[in-house]
Structures are given as C-alpha cells and as structure tokens.
Design a protein around this ligand. Structure first.
Ligand code: MG
Length: 279
C-alpha cells in the first residue's frame, strides 16, 4: 500500500520562514495553508508565497479559509463568530470564501477547506436551508476551479455532518477530519466517528487533545501528538483500514520554538506508526 506523505499546517505569518525551514529539515513534503486575509492576497504576496514553498520543496495540498472577525476563544464565541453559519455574516463571507478558492486555484491547489461553524441540529428551518444552499453554491464555485471543498470536523456529530453533506448533495464536498476537535468541542470519541464518516474523509489533521471536565461547555486542551486521548496509533490503523493514503497533516496550534519542537516530536511518532502500519 502507498505510504502517505506527511504534511504541516502552516500559517503565513511572521514565522513562515521558520516553519518552512523546519518542514524542509524534517522532510515534510506537503502543507495545509491558512489563507491570508484579503489585503495579503495580492498577486505579489501570492508569488512570494509560491516561491517560498517551492524553495522549501513543500507542496500546498489545501488552502483553509479564515474570515475577519472569527474567534476561537470559547465554545459559545465559536458558535457566534466562526464560518458561514452566522446568518448576518453569511453573504459577505461566502463571497470571501469564493475569493479564497480563486486564490487557491492560482496556487494550483485542488482543495479549499473551511470550518463551516456549528451546523444547526434542526433541519426544518429556513436558516438550515439557507446554509445548505450557500454551501452548495460554494461547492459549485470550487468545482469550477477544479477543486473539492473539505469541511473541517469538530463542532457536530458524525451523523449531523453526514446528513448535512447529503442535504448539500455535491460530489466535490468532502471532510477534513481533525480528531482532536472532536475532543476539544466535547462531541464524540474520534476513532469511531472517523469510521462512521468513512470514505468522505479525504484529508486529515494530526492533532491531539484531552477532554474538558465539562465537555461541550468548555474546551478540552490541545497537547502534543501522542500525549492526548485521540489514540494516534488506532487513528492511523483505522485510516489504513479505510484505504486512506492522502497526506497526514500535523497541526499544532501554538507558536514559536515550542511549536517546532512539538512538530518534530509528532513527525517522529507518525513516521514510526506509518512505517509499522502501512505495508
Ligand atoms: Mg484542524
């Protein structure tokens, strides 16, 4: 079986050069790039990004949307501010999301991804229908750019996410599975959820976390890969049994030297697990 490549989630901030240098040193071949805000997506910025990634030998496999005004400070704040779910922001953000898909296409990237936000449980409402229609229109925009659209997991159950994908009804709609988010948001045990989502999972984040003592009310805590409650070994075994061979993209949402140290530890762990489990 083809051995999956490793990847790194990269933010193009002041530490970009350090992250790319680390990726090169650790022989990480791919990356998920967090899209810069619109003021930093000018052609000259794009060319500079492309040059830096090319020089490091790192291929961008997906571009993740971020929107001005989003905050991950607490679970209630995420509900109010993140993604295309907040109704009063939906129109502007959908326009921005489509511009990010265009930016990704100019970088020759075949996946645009985003945190859609907390998908409502109640399906028989006008708001749910509007969210389905917005997502379908975003999928169509991505398809015209030759891309698929990946929804980051985390805030809702596997059942709710699958139902939403069925309701949107677009072939290029898939899932970026982040096992730690399931724990951080107090949603479910990640490995069973991964099995449930099955072949809709086309990309992943390798991130670990421990449960909150008030799951769903307060965030759990992110920890270095292998030190949390995801069970990374079972995670890799499950992905292999599903036939998953796309990149394993490490995401460590801290900054500075500590981030690079944890990424290096994560790379060692994943390389060993992939070598043992994929053959
Ligand atoms: Mg993630």
């Amino acid at each position: 079986m083809t051995k999956p490549k490793l990847g790194l989630f990269i933010i193009a901030d002041a530490e970009l050069d350090n992250r790319l240098e680390a990726a090169k040193r650790l022989d990480i071949a791919t990356a998920h790039l967090l899209a810069p805000l619109s003021r930093d997506r000018q052609p000259q910025n794009r060319r500079m990004l492309m040059q830096k990634f090319n020089r490091a030998g790192v291929q961008i496999s997906a571009v993740f949307c971020q929107f001005e005004g989003e905050s991950y400070s607490s679970i209630p704040v995420v509900k109010q501010t993140v993604g295309l779910v907040p109704a009063h922001l939906r129109q502007d953000r959908t326009k921005e999301a489509k511009a990010i898909s265009d930016f990704a296409a100019e970088l020759n990237v075949g996946i645009t991804a985003l945190h859609l936000g907390f998908i409502p449980e109640e399906r028989e409402t006008r708001d749910y229908q509007a969210l389905v229609e917005t997502t379908a229109s975003f999928c169509d925009h991505c398809a015209a750019n030759g891309q698929s659209l990946h929804l980051e997991t985390g805030q809702e159950s596997a059942e709710a996410l699958l139902q939403f994908i069925t309701d949107v009804g677009r072939k290029n709609l898939a899932i970026n599975f982040d096992p730690a988010n399931m724990i951080l948001y107090g949603v479910a045990q990640p490995v069973p959820a991964l099995k449930q989502l099955g072949d809709r999972v086309k990309s992943i984040h390798c991130k670990d976390a421990v449960w909150s003592d008030k799951p769903g009310e307060t965030f759990g805590e992110q920890v270095p890969l292998g030190e949390g409650e995801v069970n990374i070994e079972r995670f890799v075994q499950t992905l292999k049994s599903m036939g998953y061979t796309n990149p394993y993209t490490i995401e460590r949402e801290i900054v500075g030297e500590d981030q690079l140290r944890d990424v290096e530890q994560g790379v060692k762990l994943l390389r060993k697990l992939i070598d043992d489990i994929y053959f």
